[in-house]
Design a protein around this ligand. Structure first.
Ligand SMILES: [Zn+2]
Length: 53
């Protein structure tokens, strides 16, 4: 299950395996499925990650 997080009025979804945030639930689920299976990140997925600090 991806984690749903509300931040600055935006709904974000977090991959629990690698900790990346996504604005799209589908992407977060894809990332998590990949991370679980491969124990590494897929750059084609993580390039869509939301980075805000
Ligand atoms: Zn991930």
């Amino acid at each position: 299950m991806v984690k749903e997080i509300r931040k600055n009025n935006r709904q974000l979804y977090q991959c629990e395996e690698c900790g990346f945030f996504y604005s799209d639930r589908e992407l977060a689920e894809k990332c998590q499925a990949w991370c679980k299976e491969h124990k590494s990140c897929n750059l084609d997925i993580t390039k869509f990650a939301v980075v805000d600090k």
